[in-house]
Ligand binder design. Structure first.
Ligand code: ATP
Ligand code: MG
Length: 364
């Protein structure tokens, strides 16, 4: 068993595009809080480029460009390289060795049951032509999590099946080869709206691959335009009509972003969101007023992030240095885990003195 009682975070994102406000409420905001809480011994934030290649094999250039975009987004929201390691997955070879050994502990039928992979396959029209790498990415995610002895994985709701798969692999590995891997726990957002923020189309989850996003680095005019386009309650035609909150994307976003302070700043007619919701349901509150509040809240929240990004963009080599240093530390830790794994599996033929003696004895 590894050193116990350490509290370690591992989480990450695929570099398939700039990060969006779904990432912010689903994971990024929480990461910064956890980082600043001082309650963790080590924090690893992974840019999962190898995972991004599993459904972008023809577009390595896209992945390559977006590594920098994601790193800039991380630093813009307040992730601090003095407090966490930001690493690039493909540059940590131990992760792929671990994946290879874990694959033997997982059945194809089990992977086929993963609901997130199922819906992602549908979204990409993969059917039978699914790349093997994509199909098995939950196993590679188990390698990412266990390589760093992560105890805590702060992610959005779509990651629940990945954490379940990882926990099964840890259990199976430890049972088969002896206590070696640390059992991780998922840490989900506490607000329902943040578990899976819908896209601006109001349908599926906001996702880089679906183009239904408001990006963290979005220009103010674009944010205003996108909020205007958002769905509310289709039955709420006149201001005096009672409005519905269910399926009303604008209110879902307000649930995710709005604080009482925002009301005193931008909409002093109400003290808080509950009062506004109540008025909307009663009738007499128009969609434009609600949308204007959301626009103001988003502009207010995203402005400092956008400004910080502009500063950071002035020194790109410094960003790559941060990634290099984070990746260096990641290799140290992942190699140590891989060493433990190989010892437990007894595939340490060249370093196990007792084994060598035994082998010699067989022929003497
Ligand atoms: P892709 O379309 O390439 O899969 P994505 O937008 O789904 O991109 P990921 O990199 O797969 O983003 O996810 C990174 C993290 O952000 C995960 O923890 C995931 O749960 C969280 N996340 C992504 N989208 C949302 C969302 N709409 N609401 C809440 N959390 C989200
Ligand atoms: Mg995703």
């Amino acid at each position: 068993m590894s050193e116990s009682n350490r509290k370690v975070i591992l989480t990450g994102d695929r570099p398939t595009g700039r990060l969006h406000v779904g990432h912010y409420v689903g994971s990024l905001r929480r990461r910064v809080e956890l980082q600043d809480s001082g309650g963790y011994d080590e924090i690893f934030i992974m840019i999962a480029d190898a995972q991004a290649l599993t459904d972008n094999a023809e577009h390595p250039e896209k992945v390559r460009q977006n590594i920098l975009e994601v790193a800039l987004d991380y630093l813009s929201v307040g992730l601090d390289p003095a407090k966490c390691h930001i690493l690039v997955q493909s540059q940590v070879p131990a992760l792929f060795e671990l994946t290879c050994y874990y694959m033997n502990l997982v059945k194809v039928s089990r992977l086929k049951r993963n609901p997130t992979v199922k819906s992602e396959m549908q979204m990409r029209n993969f059917e039978e032509s699914i790349p093997v790498g994509f199909f098995t990415y939950p196993v590679s995610q188990a390698a990412d999590i266990t390589a760093f002895d992560a105890t805590t994985v702060p992610v959005g709701e779509d990651q629940i099946p990945m954490l379940e798969q990882t926990r099964e692999i840890v259990e199976s590995f430890n049972k088969t080869y002896g206590e070696t891997l640390v059992m991780p726990d998922i840490l989900l957002p506490s607000t329902a709206a943040c578990l899976r923020l819908p896209g601006i189309d109001g349908k599926a989850k906001m996702s880089k691959s679906l183009g239904n996003c408001i990006y963290l680095s979005e220009e103010p005019e674009e944010i205003a335009k996108k909020v205007k386009m958002m769905f509310t309650d289709p039955g709420h035609l006149k201001v005096s009509d009672p409005g519905k909150l269910e399926g009303n994307t604008v209110f879902t976003y307000l649930d995710a972003f709005c604080t009482d302070e925002h009301f005193s700043l931008f909409c002093p007619d109400y003290h808080n969101l509950d009062e506004m919701k109540e008025h909307y349901q009663r009738g007499g509150l128009g969609d434009v007023k609600v949308k204007n509040l959301l626009r103001d809240v988003l502009l207010y929240t995203l402005e400092p992030i956008r400004n910080k990004r502009q500063e950071l963009q002035k020194d790109i080599p410094a960003i790559y240095e941060i990634l290099k240093e984070g990746t260096r530390r990641a290799n140290e830790v992942a190699n140590a885990t891989l060493g433990r794994v190989k010892d437990s599996m007894r595939i340490n033929y060249f370093t196990d003195e007792a084994f060598l003696k035994d082998q010699s004895a067989r022929y003497s």
